[in-house]
Design a protein around this ligand. Structure first.
Ligand code: SAM
Length: 426
């Protein structure tokens, strides 16, 4: 009898779909087979996938010397998952036995049960220090050289090390950040976000149900701060869903119009507004065709490669390829040009992306000011930003390896621009 199927089986299936087929983890887990799992089983399988992906570079580093040639992908993934479990505290006997059993369940992998057993026994004999010292290679092959060129090889090694640390949970609060930091046993970060201490079910924490705060990475919360006092101002939040920045703007008293092309994502934004008792006008439309009114300030959180969020989404390196980056850069430019048409004279514009690529950040702002007269980059004046995070064109570059002692942050780029008069193409 093969015995009951364990979450490791679902995790292995999921890993094969992510690494083999380039599917996002969120897509995999929304499949009917996953929805039918008991919540605890689903959570375990999801954790196994996330941790295997986070430490895949280290696992391969340990496995490679023990393999004469790379086995089929499913067997390799099984070895990776078991190696990560073994080296992060899993009980040796149980993990190895489960892995051998899992290999035996599948006709194609069954002949390799012996190999799985032999290789994993060697892994169990390794000293823990070997794991800690193994190199982290969390970035995809196409991205590493691009980032090394932009930020240096040393910075890339630091970024990859930061990706291997499970990300903390940050929240943005409506008010009294210090009070909430104390109540939730968290830390008030220099930029004003609260970093939660103890882990647990987020929705069960005080203040969640009452809508006093929402989850938002500290880096993602900075762009709204660049706009300064927005109370009573007409602000257009372009590419707004699921609404982290919309809620910040509304909580600061702005008259917000939140625009997004996706009805499904806008539904989540509306739910978020409802829970937090905050208000915004919502518009589901392509920003490239939107032409309704003029605004004191506009925030454009443009669609991008999301390469700044790999520590939260370790599946991204297997899903995103460099194809598509040029199209994103072109879309960001089109959105920027369109956005300017909706900005009042003297209005403020914040452009931001959760990307680590200069092409989607610094280079876009250089391009924008070269194209339009009467548009100036304004030096940011917000709390918690270190002087060397300000880039040469006047934007802010945030990277996952910043704040290492506090637990890091997502990668982000943002710039504040002011329009004086009509911005005519230069
Ligand atoms: C980075 S996410 C936005 C995150 C959001 N600003 C927040 O803080 O929660 C990018 C969003 O851009 C939207 N989007 C992509 N292309 C768009 C377009 N042409 N017009 C409007 N929204 C678009 C996507 O649906 C997605 O919700």
């Amino acid at each position: 009898m093969p015995g009951p199927i364990s979450p490791r089986h679902d995790a292995l299936d999921g890993l094969s779909q992510i690494i083999g087929e380039g599917r996002m983890l969120s897509d995999v887990t929304s499949d009917a087979t996953w929805q039918d799992l008991a919540p605890a089983e689903r959570a375990t399988a999801q954790r196994l996938i996330t941790e295997t992906l986070r430490f895949l570079g280290r696992a391969d580093y340990l496995l490679t010397p023990n393999l004469t040639r790379q086995p089929p992908l499913r067997v390799m993934n099984l070895l990776r998952m078991a190696t990560v479990e073994l080296m992060t505290g899993g009980a040796a006997h149980g993990v190895v036995n489960e892995a051998v059993k899992l290999a035996g369940r599948n006709r194609k992998t069954a002949p390799m049960k012996g190999l799985v057993n032999a290789v994993l026994r060697k892994i169990t004999a390794l000293e823990p220090a070997v794991w800690d010292e193994a190199p982290d290679t969390t970035l995809p092959k196409w991205l590493r050289p691009r980032l090394a060129k932009a930020w240096s090889k040393k910075a890339v090694a630091q970024i990859e090390r930061a990706h291997a640390v499970p990300p903390p949970v940050d929240i943005s609060v409506k008010s009294d950040a210090q009070g909430w930091a104390e109540k939730l046993q968290g830390t008030l970060l220099p930029t004003g976000s609260v970093r939660l201490g103890a882990r647990g079910q987020i929705s069960a924490l005080p203040g969640f149900e009452d809508g006093d705060w929402w989850v938002q990475d500290a880096a993602a919360a900075v762009p709204v701060n660049l706009l300064g006092d927005v109370a009573k101002k007409r602000v257009l939040d372009i590419c707004a869903a699921p609404g982290g920045k919309t809620m910040q703007l509304a909580a600061k008293g702005a008259d917000v119009t939140a625009l997004d092309i996706s009805e499904t994502r806008m539904a989540r934004l509306r739910e978020n507004l409802q829970r937090t008792h905050l208000a915004a006008h919502t518009v589901v439309e392509d920003a490239l065709t939107f032409e309704d009114g003029f605004f004191d300030a506009i925030l454009l959180d443009a669609p991008c490669s999301a390469t700044g969020t790999i520590r939260r989404h370790p599946d991204l390196p297997y899903v995103k390829t460099q194809t598509g980056i040029d199209e994103l850069v072109a879309l960001q430019r089109a959105l920027l040009s369109r956005t300017l048409q909706r900005l009042k004279p003297s209005g403020l514009l914040v452009y931001c992306t959760c990307s680590l690529l200069r092409e989607e950040g610094e280079d876009q702002i250089k391009w924008l000011v070269s194209q339009y007269e009467n548009l100036e980059v304004v030096t940011p004046d917000v709390p918690g930003i270190e002087p060397d995070w300000i880039s040469s064109e006047g934007g802010i570059r945030l990277r996952p390896d910043y704040w290492p002692e506090l637990g890091g942050m997502d990668g982000f780029y943002m710039a504040l621009l002011r329009r004086s008069g009509e911005p005519s193409p230069g």
